[in-house]
Design a protein around this ligand. Structure first.
Ligand code: FAD
Length: 346
């Protein structure tokens, strides 16, 4: 029987590691809720792993109507082929119309593998998703009338180095698939006690040869947690040196915040790559963002412009960062920051 894909669910890949859900499924369920409600279909999370059924409760509380659970010892640790095979079989069985993954290491590995196996499109690193129309003008040269396709997933992302915002659609080969940057979508408020439908599926991995065996997992834990910080002090090329970045750490310490950087600051070796904020770094929206010696290029703003309050310090009164700052200080950060620290400590 042919599946009517327009009635298909909206799916979110519920990435987990060692039985702990990552933040990104919650963020994607926030956006997924909006998409599913617009289409009038169910929002489902796809949960894969070994012994992970208890996580379904968290997914219902985060907004999922349904959880598709594939529980198999072969899925205990992420291995591309095993996850891809199980995911593709699940899509063939259930016919979702939209599948969204986090643009994490796992999502960036799994989503293209699934899309290529199914021969459907995939838009990577989306910063916005919405439901809209698509006007199909193929055949216009032969005099055919344009055909309007409603209910299409509009996959929005920066393109050409962030100089344009592209809207990409895939009206032909469904499911419509996208990866979404971490930290970009807002999770819903947790709804304690909310429940939904749990559907258990076979992994269909019997007889499938998995060419990778995981012998050992070595983890490097990072003490940098920009996404979880309510206050961020970020520095750019204008800070001038790695040594001078200490000034930013002093300000962040005085405020109980974390230190971030622009790509230029990272490229110049002033701070670690994990601190990079922007299109190719992390996306943050703290309560307070203090920008120091950062010009405000679009690629940087993409990662911080939703901060609740932005204070910018720059010697150039025409720096683009002042266009989005709530408070601007035209001055030398070497003079301004010590005064701020003194005032805070006082
Ligand atoms: C595909 C692509 C992806 C990118 N991704 C990112 C990204 O994720 N994040 C990111 O940040 N960038 C990204 N970039 C780079 C981005 O375009 C800019 O080059 C970068 O953000 C500039 O960093 P900056 O503002 O620190 O440096 P600059 O543009 O050099 O600005 C330095 C600023 O410091 C000011 N200044 C100098 N001295 C002082 C002082 N003593 N006190 C106060 N102010 C001072 C100057 O007036 C100037 O405005 C990307 C670019 C591309 C093409």
């Amino acid at each position: 029987m042919e599946i009517d894909r327009t009635k298909g669910e909206v799916w979110v890949f519920a990435e987990q590691e060692d039985g702990v859900l990552s933040d990104v499924p919650r963020e994607l369920l926030g956006k997924g809720r909006e998409l599913a409600d617009t289409l009038g279909v169910k929002l489902a999370a796809v949960l894969m792993g070994a012994g992970v059924e208890p996580l379904s409760k968290e997914l219902f509380e985060a907004g999922a109507d349904k959880v598709h659970l594939v529980d198999d010892p072969a899925l205990k640790v992420f291995r591309s082929k095993a996850y891809r095979h199980a995911f593709v079989e699940l899509i063939k069985e259930c016919g979702p119309q939209i599948v969204i993954f986090g643009a994490t290491h796992m999502g960036r590995d799994l989503a293209p593998a699934v899309a290529s196996q199914l021969g459907c499109g995939l838009t990577a690193d989306c910063t916005e998703l919405q439901i809209g129309e698509f006007t199909d003008k193929r055949g216009a040269c032969q005099g055919a009338e344009p055909k309007v396709v409603p209910g299409v997933l509009q996959q929005i992302r920066p393109a050409f180095g962030g100089n344009i915002i592209a809207t990409i659609v895939n009206p032909y080969n469904w499911p419509q698939m996208a990866t979404v940057r971490e930290g970009v979508m807002k999770p819903l408020e947790r709804m304690p006690g909310r429940t939904g439908e749990l559907v258990k599926h076979d992994s269909k991995l019997d007889g499938v040869e998995i060419p990778v065996e995981v012998l050992e997992i070595v983890r490097r834990h990072s003490s940098i947690n920009l996404k979880g910080s309510r206050i961020i002090v970020a520095g750019g090329a204008g800070v001038g040196s790695k040594e001078n970045f200490k000034l930013l750490h002093d300000l962040a310490d005085a405020l109980g915040g974390a230190v971030g950087g622009s790509r230029a600051a990272v490229d110049l070796g002033y701070c670690e790559h994990e601190r990079q904020i922007g299109q190719t770094g992390v996306t943050v929206r703290p309560a307070l963002f203090i920008s120091c010696g950062i010009s405000g290029a679009v690629q940087h703003l993409a990662g911080m412009q939703d901060s609740a309050k932005i204070i910018a310090i720059n010697t150039d009164k025409d720096a683009p960062v002042f266009k989005i700052a709530h408070y601007g200080i035209v001055g030398d950060l070497n003079v301004v920051i010590p005064k701020m620290i003194k005032a805070i400590k006082g």
